[in-house]
Design a protein around this ligand. Structure first.
Ligand code: DX5
Ligand code: ZN
Length: 218
């Protein structure tokens, strides 16, 4: 059974309460929160203060995706704000091992994300220490982009590696350009978690769209 993680980056920022209520009505497993610092990526979004205020709206798992150059500087603030899992980018850190330990010491789940062009070998040394791999199927920074077809091979490659190392407990989350029409091939490639922003929040019926994603693997 796949997990669906609506990305609120594509939601109406003037009414995040309704966006979270939609996710919960659609029984989404995660709320995907895209944090951008206008440094690691050319966009600036939300920080711990917003996460703290929406934490009271929903009990759903907050899946925080840090697209920032200094993730270690933000860990405590996001942990206090109510994050359940923190995913950082391998390209942004010199010492992933110590960052993983810091996130775990905050009792949070930990993920590593990699941009489309980053070799998978960059993260293989850490796979036995983390809960999820976040495969970017777009260049990080914006919602509403097109799915990069090369992502399917990367998903299959990492799935094969994880199975060979008996690490199938590590989730593969795929992020960017996921639509109802391409989700099945992403799942067949080995994904466990699908992030979808514009497909859900720009839909006429976001709740039904979330349910339609779940129906893909029934
Ligand atoms: C992009 C973000 C994605 C994005 C997904 O940098 O990490 O989570 O919001 O949005 P869609 O599904 O519209 O590509
Ligand atoms: Zn994201």
């Amino acid at each position: 059974m796949i997990k669906i993680a609506p990305s609120i980056l594509s939601a109406d920022f003037s009414d995040l309460r309704s966006a979270l209520n939609l996710c919960d009505a659609g029984m989404a497993d995660y709320i995907h929160i895209d944090v951008m610092d206008n440094h690691f990526v050319p966009n600036l979004t939300i920080g711990p203060a917003v996460v703290k205020s929406i934490r009271f709206v929903s009990k759903t798992y907050f899946d925080v995706h840090l697209m920032v150059t200094n993730p270690q500087g933000l860990l405590n603030a996001f942990a206090k704000a109510g994050a359940n899992g923190i995913t950082f980018h391998i390209e942004a850190v010199d010492n992933p091992g110590s960052l993983i330990d810091q996130i775990k010491s905050l009792k949070l789940e930990v993920g590593i994300s990699l941009k489309p062009a980053t070799p998978l070998e960059k993260i293989t040394p850490f796979l036995d220490q983390i809960d999820r791999v976040l495969i970017m199927s777009v260049e990080p920074g914006f919602g509403g982009q097109g799915y990069l077809p090369g992502a399917n091979e990367r998903i299959s490659e990492i799935r094969k590696y994880l199975n060979e190392k008996c690490l199938d407990r590590v989730l593969i989350e795929v992020d960017g350009g996921i639509k109802l029409h391409n989700a099945k091939e992403v799942i067949d490639a080995g994904a466990n978690v699908l992030v979808a922003g514009s497909e859900i929040f720009k839909a006429n019926n976001p709740i039904q769209t979330i349910k339609d994603f779940y129906q893909l693997t029934e």
